[in-house]
Design a protein around this ligand. Structure first.
Ligand code: FAD
Ligand code: SF4
Length: 508
């Protein structure tokens, strides 16, 4: 009887795993060995958010238990590296074949496709990744796109192909493809956001917490770990979002508040990214809530756009641009990541709130990632990969495939505009409009220069002055137009204050 092994990396905890399905076509369930590896090398690649490591290891261990109860033999290995774990398994079990699903990340996929067979000495079959809908839609999946591709047509094509939020083949439900302009309201002061569902750690999670507490390097702590670690719990978290928060997701999608980061957001990326939630099921559940008139069109469309649009587009961009994306730096930014992001110690109230929350919980919402962290780093000229390394370390949903296009591509516009055609930059006025951070800040969002001027302001104008020619030639012409109202004297003050802030406050 043929013995077949299936290697499942920890971010592929799928209920319907294609590598297992293929193994079942070749042999009996008893002859299938499923390998899950806790790789020390991988866990130490960055000083990771401790809650993320607890989530990952606990979810892997729960998944292993589930597979055992379904009748599979599970080889759960703690090894120095994936390769050592697989070599040891191959020696011990001597399978005729190893089947694995193509990883979402470049380095692991490279290992699977180019190196593994030689390293472990048995035939390796790499099956197509089914975690992303774009992988299953051939016009996007097969073509190595070299022309500039834009998110909006990508999103429309995906909606049409998968029939999501469509009335018939051609017409978007509600009559429009995109309700973005209805998705930009700040949170009203009197609105208090519903709490999100939490999960008490069980004995498996407790054991993992004790293990992670022994790790020397890492961000944050394991205390108050309350995230889902099984498919059923993740489903509960999704249901809670759809019932209690989706209806207001649209209007407050871009809002920020001292109340917290989740607001009317879903907080499901951490589960999607390791396979605890299935993309199509999420889309269908959201659409069903709309069809049953529980949520308005601008909320459901906004939410579906995030997933079928942005998430799939980012994954696609990653594979279009790797490996060059990792070193992209088209604005030639050379400064290191400021210390305030690693300890939350700063007078800038917005950064203090966001950084402290991320260091503690691993989460901040989308607009805080884009318009607070990346906006600041772009204006201050921080090296793109340094910013990406901060994200990879601190966020509980951070993986190479999602961080690089979001941070280096969208957030810092360092990939020559391939992900988004213009930089997402704004002054403190934007943050003031979309949040209540500025109310409690010692800086003023209304001042461009002077001792209490908001650093986002002089850094923003300094960036426009320094890059005027380049910005004028691109889609940022509108931003640059504002420079006409600034005289030479004020230009000089802006340049000097920006320089001084970067040297004195950030010690660059
Ligand atoms: C600079 C920057 C860095 C980011 N880093 C990460 C990251 O490390 N991991 C991560 O999963 N997402 C990342 N995102 C995307 C997005 O911010 C998060 O997915 C989202 O904030 C997660 O919280 P949520 O589940 O409450 O999402 P919601 O705001 O409720 O959105 C719903 C879902 O849409 C998806 N989504 C929305 N936008 C994106 C996007 N641009 N890329 C990928 N998925 C998207 C996510 O799966 C998310 O769960 C980043 C975005 C930016 C701008
Ligand atoms: S004034 Fe500037 S630094 Fe302070 S919270 Fe507002 S945007 Fe942030």
């Amino acid at each position: 009887m043929t013995t077949v092994s299936v290697w499942i990396p920890g971010d592929q905890l799928l209920l319907q795993h294609p590598a297992i399905q293929i193994a079942e076509e070749q042999t009996t369930r008893e002859q299938i060995h499923i390998i899950l590896i806790e790789s020390l090398e991988r866990l130490r690649l960055f000083p990771y958010q401790r809650k993320k490591i607890v989530l990952l290891l606990s979810a892997m261990r729960h998944y292993a238990d589930r597979l055992r109860t379904e009748g599979y033999q599970v080889d759960y290995i703690q090894a120095k590296s994936f390769v050592e774990g697989l070599q040891e398994h191959a020696r011990r079990i001597q399978p005729q074949q190893l089947i694995t699903m193509a990883a979402s990340e470049y380095d692991t996929r490279y290992l699977q496709q180019k190196e593994l067979e030689k390293l472990i000495g048995i035939p390796v079959t790499v099956v197509a990744n089914t975690q992303f809908l774009v992988e299953l839609y051939s016009p996007f999946a097969n073509r190595k796109e070299t022309r500039h591709a834009v998110m909006e047509p990508f999103y429309r094509a995906m909606r049409q192909h998968y029939g999501i939020l469509m009335d018939g083949k051609e017409s978007p439900s509600g009559g429009r493809w995109n309700y973005d302009e209805l998705n930009r309201e700040p949170l009203p002061r009197q609105l208090s956001v519903p709490p999100i569902v939490t999960f008490a750690p069980d004995s498996i999670t407790q054991e993992v917490i004790e293990l992670v507490n022994t790790f020397e390097n890492g961000v944050g702590t394991t205390t108050h770990f309350e995230y889902a670690v099984t498919h059923e719990q993740a489903q509960q978290a999704l249901n809670d979002f759809i019932e209690c928060r989706l209806s207001r997701f649209g209007p407050y999608e871009d809002a920020m508040s001292t109340q917290g980061s989740v607001l009317y957001h879903a907080q499901i990326s951490l589960y999607m990214n390791i396979g605890l939630l299935d993309t199509m099921e999420i889309l269908q559940a959201a659409e069903a809530a709309y069809r049953q008139e529980q949520v308005p069109i601008q909320s459901v469309e906004g939410f579906i756009r995030q997933i079928l649009g942005w998430r799939e587009y980012m994954y696609w961009q990653y594979w279009q641009q790797m490996p060059d994306l990792r070193t992209a730096n088209s604005w030639n930014a050379q400064r290191p990541m400021p210390q305030m992001f690693w300890d939350g110690q700063t007078r800038m109230n917005c950064i203090k709130h966001v950084a402290t929350r991320v260091l503690d919980s691993g989460y901040s919402n989308h607009i805080e990632r884009l318009m607070v962290v990346c906006n600041f780093c772009q204006l201050a000229g921080v090296k793109p990969y340094d910013v990406a390394a901060w994200f990879l370390s601190c966020y509980f949903d951070a993986y190479d495939w999602v961080v690089l296009p979001n941070v280096i591509g969208m957030g810092l516009n360092a990939d020559n505009g391939r992900t988004t055609s213009k930089p997402y930059i704004a002054s403190g006025k934007y943050i003031d409009r979309m949040s209540n951070y500025c109310k409690g800040c010692t800086y003023s969002p209304n001042k461009r220069t002077g001792p209490d001027a908001c650093p986002f302001n002089f850094l923003y104008w300094n960036f426009l002055i320094e890059n005027e020619t380049r910005l004028r030639a691109g889609r940022s012409n509108q931003n640059v137009l504002g420079l006409r109202h600034i005289n030479d004297q004020e230009r000089l003050e802006i340049i000097q204050e920006a320089r001084q802030f970067l040297q004195d406050t950030l010690q660059f």
